[in-house]
Structures are given as C-alpha cells and as structure tokens.
Ligand binder design. Sequence first.
Ligand SMILES: Nc1ncnc2c1ncn2[C@@H]1O[C@H](COP(=O)(O)OP(=O)(O)OP(=O)(O)O)[C@@H](O)[C@H]1O
Ligand SMILES: [Mg+2]
Length: 318
Amino acid sequence: LTDLLERRLIFVTGKGGVGKTSVASALALLASEMGKRTLLCEVEPKGDVAASFDEGPTAFRAREFLPGLNAMSMDTEASLREYLKLHLRVPVVGRIGPLARAFDFVATAAPGVKEILTVGKLCYEVRESHYDLVVVDAAPTGHIVGQLAAPEGINELVKVGMIRHQTGWMLDILSEPSLTGLCIVTTPEEMPVSEAIDLKGRIERETSVDLACVVVNRVLPELFGRGEQKVFDALTEEPNESALAKACGHPQEAVSDVIESARLAVTIRRSAVVHIERLREAMPARVPIVLLPYLFARGHGLRAIRQLSSALADELVS
Ligand SMILES: Nc1ncnc2c1ncn2[C@@H]1O[C@H](COP(=O)(O)OP(=O)(O)OP(=O)(O)O)[C@@H](O)[C@H]1O
Ligand SMILES: [Mg+2]
C-alpha cells in the first residue's frame, strides 16, 4: 500500500461532496510528514484546500502551508502564460488583455484546451521534480475523464509538430503507473458507490491512468457486535423498556426515541457494509480499498485533516 505515496502524481476524484478535498489534503499532509516535498493543487479553486489548513486563499503560485507542504490553485490562463514564458520564450508581462481574449476564444472553441493546460501544469511540476509528490484535488467524476484524456485527445487530433511533441511527454507521465495514480473517493452509500464503479470502467476504457486506490470516507464505526446486539434486543423488549424508563425516571417515549436512534445508526452502518462489499466486488483485487472513519468533530479545518491523515497512515504505511 505504501506504493500509493511512492508515486509522483495522484489525482483525487469522486462524486460531489464525498470528501475529495479532505482526502487530498490528508494525503498531502501525510506525505509531507514523511519528508516528501509535496504540492497540493486545487483544480477547481473554491477555497476548500485553504480552509482545510486554516489558511488564507491559495493562488497559482504555490505557497508553503506547513513544512514541506505547498498549496496552489489551478488557473488555466496563468498556466498558459507560464507555458509561453518557459517554452516559447515569449515574455508575457504586464497587461495581457489581447492574450486573455484570444485565450478565452480558443479555450471556449477548442475542447480540451483548458484541460491540457491543467494537466500540463501538473505534469510539468512532476517532470521538473520541483516536488516529490503532487496531490491533485481534481475535478469530480463528471469531468475527470475529460481532463485525464485530454492529452490523448489532442494527440489524436494533431499527428505531427510541436503540439504533438508537447502532449507526448505528458502521456508518458500519465500512463506510467509508478508515476501517476488515480484515487477514487466515495462514501459507503448507494449513489456514490455506483458512481465510483462507473468511473472505474470509464477510466479503464478512456484514459491510460492507473487506478491506484479507492477511499471509502465517512465510515461509521462498528457499533454492535453479536454480544451487544443481544443486549440491545433485550432492552427493547417489554417489560424491560418500561422498567428502564422507570429506573431512570424518564417518560417511556423518550427512552423509546433513544433506542430508535441507536437502531437507526446500526441500520446505516449495516447498509454501509453492503455498499463496501459491492465496491470490493467491482474493483480489481490489486486495488486497495481504504476506509476512513466518520469524524464527529464540529470544526473541519486542520484538526479534522490531521485525524484523517493519521487514519490514512494506519492504512497506507504498514
Ligand atoms: N470523514 C469525515 N467525517 C465527517 N465529515 C467529513 C469527513 N470527510 C469530509 N467531511 C466533511 O464533508 C464535507 C465535504 O467534504 P469535502 O469538501 O472534502 O468534499 P468534496 O468532495 O471535496 O466536496 P466538493 O465536491 O464540494 O468539492 C466537508 O464539510 C467536510 O468537512
Ligand atoms: Mg472539494
């Protein structure tokens, strides 16, 4: 499993709201604590990565959040500017009005341009070895395939010349499993698991990126074993329930409510187990499935990320 963090580029994706940003942040934190120079990149800059670390906003230029942990947010226009400066030696300084307009035009007209500038920047950081590991808080399930398949798409379109040369090296990085991996995040529920299974198929069919791991986030703890189940059943039987109410001096209705909530929590946990099983059956045996606990903390900043990171460490670093 340590294998995951030995890669150089990890894309973290999944259905909206399942915990992509949290998992990407926790992975990046873990890697940096293992001594890796790490870059965490938020592809859709919503400010959630910054919030994960109780930090101010991220920008295209990476900034160090913690020792060894740098964060940036993607900006395709800035990526183009950097590209022009580095590769074509075209300095784009000052106001870039005309370029920005041309860029908008091209990016809107030609599919794959924004995607290639995103993936290109990430691959560039890997190629130049500015970091040991680049963790990407990537696009959600609906868009990730387009992003990862962009270099192939452009390669298909342009058979010769400079552009071909530019996408070739990206493909080399993306399609090498020892360098690049995809991490699908899901929660143990019907829809997110179905989306994760569909995505696995699309990634295999439409991209050359290796599925490196599946993270099941927000897994409730095992609340009851067989022993506790017996106790629980006994409590809910009459006359025990009314005796319990009498003994603690509360109305029986209130006691029933408490027991019902416990029953609900157990039911949710059991349905989660069914969905995790479904996931296991659908994923190749070589792909590790990592479970992360539901955090009952109130705040969701660095404290929560540290908890997720140490849970990941338990699973990943054996
Ligand atoms: N293990 C967990 N336990 C409890 N809450 C969690 C857990 N993981 C994430 N959350 C919370 O769930 C919410 C969504 O998480 P997060 O922002 O990481 O998801 P996301 O997939 O990046 O969402 P989006 O699709 O909007 O980018 C956040 O409030 C986060 O703090
Ligand atoms: Mg997010």
